[in-house]
Design a protein around this ligand. Sequence first.
Ligand code: RB5
Length: 141
Amino acid sequence: MKVSIASDHAGYELKDKIVEYLKIKKIEVIDRGPEINEPVDYPDFAFKVVQDIMAANANRGVLICGTGQGMAMAANKKPGIRAALCYNDQVTKLAREHNDANILTLGARVIDQTTAISLVDTFLNTHFEGSRHKDRIKKIG
Ligand code: RB5
């Protein structure tokens, strides 16, 4: 499993925590920035992670902004990307089981760090159920 991760300024601190956590868990991480905490535009960083998924440089992506909304909106513009804005365990589990989400988006201003780490765990450890859900996600394009 290889994870590509990025944030904007609002998600900067949480990104660092998640990167640290993934490294402890021995999960390979591509940290796409930002490298310093200063105001940036979230689409620029969303597209770095999108590029990793589209080029198969990473299996999954994590994008963090203030609410998770802007990152999800930007990422979902690109073909083959299914970015899910998640805020609890059930939504995260279903985003994998039913929607085969390949990017998790998180809102650093609306969930705490412990919750965020737990959602990353669920996102990385839950399998897609396939079958009828496969036909449905095919229709998304
Ligand atoms: C930045 O202030 C904020 O707008 C951004 O992090 C994000 O929440 C946008 O969706």
